[in-house]
Ligand binder design. Structure first.
Ligand SMILES: [Mn+2]
Length: 419
């Protein structure tokens, strides 16, 4: 039997740029969160006396790693060293190899994968032999199918584990398509576990053998919701693999849809919000940064809608600033004009859906925007834009809102004249 930690995407020293202005009181806790989550993970790994510890890329947030982040990693990995736990780490697209002159020496228990795919062999305290295969990014853009460089299963060992920071094709995630692979390609290697990194949303893609994105260790924006942490994995010969998720993030981003049915004025909305915040307060555990998406606003006075749209409503909310804190980070109103607009005209709805499917297809979308992406300014300033799935989603969502509103305004205007 072997036990190990599978983590990735620590993004140590993430700057949390947008939050600094928002709430200086909480900023320190938020800024420290990437560090705190990893420290907690190391503590739990030592308590569980795991055989080894895997970090599948993006240890640091930036290519230019702060001395603080490096010293932190060195010291935490040093705690694992003193506990006799070997560490295998690879660098990803955020913290690719380079800048040797700026590297702090890591402790002796640490093996760093280089840019070529390589296999390390480890013998655990109970004498079981484990092969671990991985590589590090030599640059931000690794577009090759690195999976083809991975060797087939090593038949002289008890377990073979693959570490891979890359993109599972067909996932439709917002992360860039780097070191792409398919499930079939992974399975063809015949390994016992795939410790994936890069996609920040935690997901078990397959249970036997496990193919797992462990997610990042600390959410960094409103889209990185849910508890964050790492996996404690146990593999036994002839038994089903056991995966236990260890939540270690001190702060969790939550996103919730909240109905405002029955709310008419500012007081009603405030009361409804505080009810939800009390719910999070009573849960205990991690601190919460909450985003609320309001629906059913039909009874709400237009002046109140305006206050929500301007996010002025946040100023009136009683925030819970004691640790663990519960902080309302943003409020939005769900746009449902599409449903209302097309509900009365089936033909219009169908033709819109058809056009929509056409322009949403990757080939059409990217072809239409080709000269934009090729523009020198775009290429130099936003080199990653074309690979950013979220960019496409945002462009399409914004376009849809504009189209829908352009038609909906006609409706609004006619209503206005009745007032
Ligand atoms: Mn990452």
């Amino acid at each position: 039997m072997i036990t190990f930690i599978h983590t990735a995407d620590l993004h140590l020293d993430s700057p949390f740029k947008g939050i600094k202005q928002l709430e200086p009181q909480l900023f320190e806790a938020i800024y420290q969160s990437t560090f705190d989550s990893f420290r907690e993970l190391v503590t739990q790994a030592i308590a569980a006396a795991v055989d080894f510890f895997l970090i599948s890329g993006d240890i640091y947030d930036e290519e230019n790693q702060s001395v603080k982040a490096q010293a932190f990693l060195r010291d935490e990995l040093g705690r694992l060293d003193r506990a006799g736990i070997p560490v295998y780490l690879s660098h990803g697209n955020h913290d690719f190899l380079g800048r040797e002159a700026l590297k702090l020496q890591l402790p002796e228990n640490v093996t760093v994968f280089e840019k070529e795919v390589a296999t390390e062999i480890l013998t655990t305290k109970t004498g079981e032999r484990v092969a671990i295969t991985g590589f590090s990014y030599a640059s931000r853009w690794v577009e090759e199918r690195m999976i083809v460089e991975y060797p087939n299963r090593n038949h002289t060992v008890d377990y073979h584990i693959g570490m891979l920071h890359g993109y599972l094709e067909g996932l439709n995630a917002s992360e860039g398509v780097y070191a792409p692979f398919s499930l079939g390609e992974l399975n063809a290697k015949n390994y016992d576990y795939w410790a994936l990194g890069h996609i920040h949303k935690r997901q078990e893609l397959q249970s036997a053998p496990p193919v797992v994105y462990c997610g990042n260790t600390q959410g960094r924006n409103p889209n990185e919701t849910e508890a964050k942490g790492a996996y404690l994995v146990t593999l036994r010969k002839g038994m089903a693999p056991a995966l236990a998720f260890l939540p270690t993030a001190p702060i969790v981003w939550e996103k919730e849809t909240l109905s405002l049915l029955g709310c008419k004025n500012l007081n009603d909305v405030s009361a409804r919000i505080e009810e939800r915040m009390e719910h999070y307060c009573s849960r205990h555990g991690a601190s919460v940064l909450l985003s609320l998406l309001f629906t059913d606003i039909q009874e709400l006075h237009p002046d109140v809608v305006k206050k929500i749209e301007d996010e002025e409503i946040l100023d009136g909310v009683r925030q819970w600033l004691d640790r663990p804190f519960v902080y309302l980070y943003q409020t939005k109103i769900a746009v449902d004009t599409e449903k209302e607009l097309f509900s009365f005209d089936q033909v219009m709805k169908e033709s819109f859906s058809k056009s929509w499917a056409e322009i949403s297809a990757d080939d059409v979308f990217y072809q239409q925007l080709d000269s934009f992406f090729q523009h020198p300014l775009v290429r130099t300033t936003f080199p990653d834009l074309k690979k950013d799935r979220r960019f496409k989603e945002e462009v399409l969502a914004a376009a849809k809102t504009m189209l829908v509103q352009a038609v909906a305004f006609e409706e609004d205007d006619s209503e206005d004249t009745e007032d």
